[in-house]
Write a protein that binds this ligand. Structure first.
Ligand SMILES: NC(=O)c1ccc[n+]([C@@H]2O[C@H](COP(=O)([O-])OP(=O)(O)OC[C@H]3O[C@@H](n4cnc5c(N)ncnc54)[C@H](O)[C@@H]3O)[C@@H](O)[C@H]2O)c1
Length: 317
């Protein structure tokens, strides 16, 4: 049986246990040589003859899938988001698509809290100054007593809630599927989006990129927020209209932003570059050893199952 597997996901390549698992399952691994998601053209060159791909945020388009069948049987995303995979094309060709729900939620939640603290205490800005010998103090704020607004209370959102609870934050949220158990466990109050925007001192995005969520943070919605509020986006860049955010930050309509995801990645040019009240990180939410191991092992197991003729455990539709 053909067991050639293209491994693109960087996190997977870093997980010795996941690589070993696939090798011991008899798979021949083709490891991507670049430290970023693969473009359509690169996939078209690498995928033919492969029965599986362990994917990052690669451009897995209709053309890529059509050119890779019938050999290609599974696209195993080592991570959660699958907005760069053409699901319709995959399903049309009978190619399984899986992800690793929950595997990196704790890591993304840690980064989210890190961005909140870094913003409210101006840590990167003050550290940058001190590195040049400038001893400048500024008055920050505490998280305790502040209102955290969460958009999307799934795996990451609820980990963020747990952490925010320990900081004595008030938690409000908007989700199309409110979870009553979270109201009991974390004291979260679900509200309409407009009210969450208006009340939040920190607004943290944890919804997937869907037609209904793309550009949800724009000039109009930003205008509903407090000028003292901070926006955190560790979800998907497409949720935010970056030009509108940049305008809001420049004219003091918003206090600051912490962003880990961007409309175009890797981010090479941006209207957000150079703004002292913005912290930018290169999509590192899931980039921890722990999350890589967890996601890698789940993805490896999915590949092994499908190549053995078994149904995957975490299909996405
Ligand atoms: N920065 C990173 O490295 C990183 C890592 C993992 C996940 N993510 C991203 O974080 C986000 C959340 O991941 P997750 O694992 O918690 O996903 P999840 O599927 O567990 O949760 C998503 C939540 O969003 C809600 N939702 C769906 N449509 C909505 C809408 N229109 N409005 C409001 N809420 C809506 C869902 O009901 C669900 O509760 C995703 O965008 C994912 O791609 C980023």
């Amino acid at each position: 049986m053909n067991k050639k597997v293209l491994v693109s996901a960087l996190s997977f390549r870093r997980s010795e246990a996941a690589v070993k698992f696939l090798q011991e399952s008899g798979c021949e691994l083709v490891l991507s040589q670049v430290e970023r998601a693969l473009k359509e053209k690169e996939l078209l060159a690498l995928l033919p003859g492969c029965a599986a791909i362990v994917a990052g945020n690669d451009e897995i388009t209709d053309s890529v899938i059509t050119a890779s069948v019938p050999e290609l049987r599974i696209i195993a995303r080592s991570g959660v988001g699958y907005n760069t995979i053409d699901l319709t094309a995959a399903h049309r060709h009978g190619v399984a698509v899986t992800n690793t729900p929950g595997a990196n939620s704790k890591s993304v939640a840690d980064l989210t809290l890190g961005l909140m603290l870094a913003l409210v205490r101006s840590i990167p800005r003050l550290s940058g100054k001190l590195h040049t010998g400038v001893w400048e103090k500024s008055i920050g704020g505490e998280l305790g007593g502040k209102t955290l607004g969460i958009v999307g209370t799934g795996n990451v959102g609820r980990e963020v809630m747990k952490r925010a609870q320990s900081f004595d934050m008030k938690i409000i949220a908007y989700d199309i599927y409110p979870r009553l158990e979270l109201t009991e466990a974390c004291g979260v109050v679900y509200l309409p989006l407009e009210q969450v925007l208006a009340q939040a001192d920190f607004l943290s995005l944890h919804a997937p990129a869907l037609p209904e969520t793309v550009s949800m943070i724009n000039r109009q919605t930003l205008a509903l927020m407090k000028p003292t509020a901070f926006l955190i986006n560790t979800a998907r860049g497409d949720l935010v209209v970056e030009e509108d955010l940049s305008d809001a930050l420049r004219c003091g309509r918003l206090a600051g932003a912490g962003l880990d995801a961007f409309i175009s990645e890797p981010l090479e040019r941006s209207c957000l570059f150079g703004l002292s009240n913005v912290i930018l990180t290169p999509h590192i939410g899931a980039s921890t050893l722990e999350a890589s191991e967890r996601a890698g092992l789940i993805a490896a197991e999915e590949v092994a199952r499908v190549l053995q003729g078994l149904a995957p455990l975490h299909s996405v539709r």
